[in-house]
Design a protein around this ligand. Structure first.
Ligand SMILES: C[S@@+](CC[C@H](N)C(=O)[O-])C[C@H]1O[C@@H](n2cnc3c(N)ncnc32)[C@H](O)[C@@H]1O
Length: 253
């Protein structure tokens, strides 16, 4: 019998080995470089869609910030809590669209497609407004986002089998250009038998102009837009952008 499961509730155990660590290394390299470029300084931060907590932990341990790690998935947060169990990281189960931190912070981050999980422009713009409301004046918002420009390197579908201990995992990805949607099915089959368990994920790709409009409407200033693959300023429409925005005011630059 096939069983449906909440996004990330089963994938969580395989997440770091399959994608988490690999992408974290890219995110860390990009953040270190761009934080230097833009003179981003912070004592407090929130990582939205923190997943298994790799980046939230890094902000705390390597940058000395107190960090709020926010995710809506209880399963992802459970792994994140085990990873960084010190007092410097606090975990919040919240939806980004209703973000409400205990205090305004100097930096908000959202990495590895987190904002693409918001499936409509009004949801994305709502999230931007909540970020602005939870940032200190002068604070930065740093995020990546997948665009509709070659999101699967030009392919419409792909399927890959992933081997992890005690289970077979298949990922089926389909790009629907008209709706700007990436539909992802993750099928889990355990070695001990039992029917497959399926997680359905969806991501919305966003045009750079739409992202820009939303940030400006939220009262944020765009300081830079970069091609995530090269970190060069984004001159065309790369597959994934990194955006550095700032809330006006305050002494920080
Ligand atoms: C692809 S994972 C990225 C995780 C982590 N940022 C990383 O770099 O590995 C996306 C994460 O965003 C979370 N997420 C998706 N939509 C969300 C929402 N509306 N509010 C809070 N978290 C959300 C998911 O639960 C998941 O942990």
């Amino acid at each position: 019998m096939i069983r449906m499961a909440r996004p990330y509730s089963q994938f969580v155990e395989a997440y770091d080995g399959l994608v988490g660590w690999q992408f974290f290394r890219r995110v860390r390299r990009a953040f270190a470089a761009l934080a230097r470029t833009y003179g981003i300084r912070f004592e407090s931060a929130a990582d939205l869609g923190c997943g298994t907590g790799l980046f939230a932990c890094y902000l705390n341990r390597c940058w000395g910030a107190r960090v709020y790690a926010v995710d809506r998935s209880p399963e992802m947060l459970r792994v994140a809590r085990l990873r960084c169990d010190g007092p410097g990281v606090r975990f919040l189960q919240q939806d980004i669209r209703a973000l409400c931190l205990p205090e305004p912070v100097d930096l908000v981050t959202a990495n590895f497609d987190t904002l693409n999980h918001l499936l409509s422009p009004p949801d994305l713009h709502r999230a931007f407004r909540r970020v602005a409301a939870n940032l200190r004046s002068g604070g930065h918002f740093y995020f990546d986002i997948v665009t509709p420009c070659r999101p699967l390197a030009g392919e419409r579908t792909y399927r890959r089998a992933l081997r992890v201990p005690w289970r077979c995992l298949e990922q089926h990805v389909r790009w629907e250009p008209a709706r700007r949607l990436l539909r992802i099915l993750v099928v889990h089959r355990w070695a001990g038998g039992g029917g497959p368990v399926i997680e359905r994920h969806a991501e919305r790709a966003y045009e750079p102009a739409r992202v820009g409009d939303g940030l400006l409407a939220a009262g944020l200033v765009i300081r830079g837009v970069h091609d995530e693959a090269t970190l060069a300023p984004a001159g065309h429409c790369p597959a994934r952008l990194i955006v550095v925005a700032q809330k006006p005011g305050g002494a920080r630059s």
